[in-house]
Design a binder for this molecule. Structure first.
Ligand SMILES: [Zn+2]
Length: 111
């Protein structure tokens, strides 16, 4: 079975999360095991594999996704001066559920 931490754990409420922002279909929260000093995750609250699949099969969700990403990015920029925004696919995507990383600072080498 493919690893889907977001459907299996986060969206089932199995771990306590610190929410940043939530919309009808998307959720932004502080990563439970941050890899950077500031590390926020943004996910759709429905299952979708990756960005390509969202664009192909859930085109109507793009504006809502861009809106929550923009809000989190602007807030992070205001608070920390800037941030990076990434999403992974294929064999560099560990959890097979679309997720964005918004992060600031040096990588946490304790992981
Ligand atoms: Zn999923």
């Amino acid at each position: 079975m493919e690893n889907d931490f977001y459907c299996d754990v986060i969206l089932k409420g199995k771990v306590k999360i610190n929410k940043v922002l939530e919309t009808e279909n998307f959720l932004a929260y502080h990563h439970t095991k941050p890899a950077w000093a500031v590390h926020i995750i943004v996910i759709p609250k429905f299952h979708v594999l990756n960005l390509s699949e969202l664009i192909l099969n859930h085109k109507d969700m793009i504006p809502e996704m861009m809106d929550i990403l923009q809000k989190v990015v602007i807030k992070t920029e205001q608070d920390y001066g800037g941030c990076r925004l990434t999403t992974n696919t294929g064999n560099v995507q560990n959890s097979k559920h679309l997720h964005w990383h918004i992060y600031v600072g040096d990588m946490n080498m304790d992981l």
